[in-house]
Ligand binder design. Structure first.
Ligand code: AMP
Length: 213
């Protein structure tokens, strides 16, 4: 099973992809995570992608497509995969379709998590993540105002450098210009499932799992 998770930055795509992957025992493949790890490790890939990420721009297609297709090859036949954040434009979508077709495979479902644009900026600029387990935490969460550390494992919380307000604005612009048109691309292939991304985390996971059944 190959599933794509789509949605604007701040829709909760990563959180949901992680929960659904755990629940359905699928592999989660997220270019954003791979790139962040490369930057942290100061690898050659990290040096190439860092400036694009910091500006809220997409990493060039030739880099992203190569990294993702290599990783898909490594995962191999045995496991289903959730693609979390790939493809993000039509060049990537076509490259993915062509690569899968060569192996007689195809994308099975595309989950599009919908959240009102007015909520996205607030969600992103109040998002904090745990350095250790990556658990997200919102500083607007009135049930849990400003914990010292991660509510799950106690480690330090940090804000992603691309969650600062100027970069958030650019990431949203890029999403609406480059990524949102893919919704139609997959709708035309009858693969698109729209999921309401507002409400409790558990409820949204349930909706997605139902759409995948
Ligand atoms: P994310 O963690 O999905 O929000 O991605 C963080 C950043 O990684 C994005 O703002 C881009 O700079 C880069 N990135 C992630 N996925 C892609 C992609 N499919 N194509 C190009 N750049 C990407």
């Amino acid at each position: 099973m190959y599933v794509i998770f789509m949605g604007p930055p701040g829709a909760g795509k990563g959180t949901q992809a992680e929960r659904v992957a755990r629940e359905l025992e699928l592999e989660r493949l997220a270019p954003g995570d791979l790139f962040r790890q490369a930057v942290k490790q100061q690898s050659e890939l990290g040096a190439k992608v860092q400036c694009f990420m910091e500006r809220g721009e997409l990493v060039p297609d030739e880099i992203t497509i190569r990294v993702i297709l290599e990783r898909l090859d490594e995962i191999g036949e045995g496991r289903g995969v959730i693609l979390d954040g790939f493809p993000r434009n039509s060049i990537q979508a076509i490259a993915l379709d062509e690569a899968l077709e060569k192996q007689n495979k195809t994308i099975d479902r595309v989950i599009n998590i919908q959240v009102a644009p007015s909520e996205l900026v607030l969600r992103l600029s109040s998002r904090w993540l745990c350095r250790e387990c990556q658990c997200p935490y919102s500083s607007t969460d009135t049930n849990n105002p400003h914990p010292e550390g991660c509510p799950v494992c106690g480690e330090e919380l940090f804000q992603r450098s691309d969650d600062k307000s100027e970069t958030v604005k650019r990431r949203l612009e890029v999403y609406f210009k480059e990524t949102a048109p893919l919704i139609d691309y997959y709708r035309k292939q009858n693969k698109l499932f729209e999921v309401e991304g507002q409400g409790g985390i558990e409820k949204i996971t349930e909706r997605i799992i139902k759409a995948l059944e």
